[in-house]
Ligand binder design. Structure first.
Ligand SMILES: Cc1cc2nc3c(=O)[nH]c(=O)nc-3n(C[C@H](O)[C@H](O)[C@H](O)COP(=O)(O)O)c2cc1C
Length: 254
């Protein structure tokens, strides 16, 4: 039994009870059965305006626009795990989810606000590119991300409810994924991805020079995560993390 693990579902579809919501719920059911507290949020319920591109978040440490964004952001910050989902629209996540992601981008990159979060990407589509979208959205919500994406396609049967889809194994697979997710969070085992390694190297060796040279511009981001732009981490630690990751593959969590 896991204690005090909170997982939220973020549904980026305009349909509250559509395919994406169904698949997220199946994953959340697995999380709940594994002992986590779960909550579903429909991003479309919230008034989230477009990013202004003003860079204020980097200076102030928070967005200056007054709308529902901060409420959703707080929910994400409070959660240990995020199951983020979107239907594929024009080969990409919906504008609903993308608008939220745009608002989070700079602080996420410069202050590593989701560094300790675990995420799963869920995408549904008529055809493709389901996996790419699932992975891409998961990567926004944590650097220990890209772990596991649950995807589906409705190719042969056209637009119809997921329950009538041609993959009857999907609910059980999504449920199992939810359980694995909670076990992973509970074990607090880092998830290795080449992208997270790359972003960390970027932060330590390239961005840090710029950030520390212009503290007025990046003051908000530095305040949120003061350790991030301190002493450079020796490159050796990345290799150590890689070795730990390979070790964890050899002994997966129960
Ligand atoms: C405006 C729109 C654009 C879409 N674009 C794509 C697409 O590019 N590729 C694809 O495979 N499916 C596409 N679809 C199909 C949806 O991704 C699919 O039906 C999805 O399961 C709907 O999820 P929902 O029930 O959560 O809204 C599109 C659907 C809509 C309404």
């Amino acid at each position: 039994m896991v204690k005090n693990i909170k997982v939220i579902g973020l549904n980026g579809s305009p349909n509250r009870n559509g395919n994406t919501a169904t698949l997220i719920k199946w994953v959340l059911d697995g999380c709940h059965e594994a002992g986590a507290e779960v909550e579903m949020l429909n991003v479309s319920d919230y008034d989230i305006k477009y990013c202004l591109g003003c860079n204020s978040c980097l200076r102030e440490g928070a967005c200056i626009i007054t709308d529902d964004y901060q409420a959703v952001y707080n929910k994400i910050i409070e959660a240990d795990g995020i199951v983020v989902g979107s239907p594929v629209y024009a080969d990409a996540p919906t504008a609903i989810l993308k608008t939220l992601m745009d608002r989070m981008t700079l602080l996420n990159l410069y202050a590593a606000t989701f560094q300790k979060k675990f995420s799963i990407g869920v995408a549904t589509s008529g055809l493709a590119p389901t996996k790419g979208v699932a992975k891409g959205i998961a990567e926004m919500f944590g650097q220990r991300c890209g772990a596991i994406g649950a995807t589906t396609a409705t190719l042969e049967n056209g637009p119809q409810p997921l329950e009538q889809n041609h993959r009857p194994d999907l609910p059980a697979r999504a449920n199992k994924l939810g359980k694995r997710f909670v076990n992973r969070i509970s074990a607090n085992k880092p998830v290795f991805s080449l992208k997270s390694l790359w972003i960390n190297i970027l932060r330590k060796y390239l961005l840090s020079k710029m950030v520390t040279r212009f503290p007025k511009f990046f003051g908000g981001a530095i305040n949120i995560n003061p350790g991030l732009y301190g002493e450079s981490e020796p490159i050796g630690t990345y290799w150590e993390r890689l070795i730990r990751f390979l070790d964890s593959l050899a002994s997966p969590p129960p």
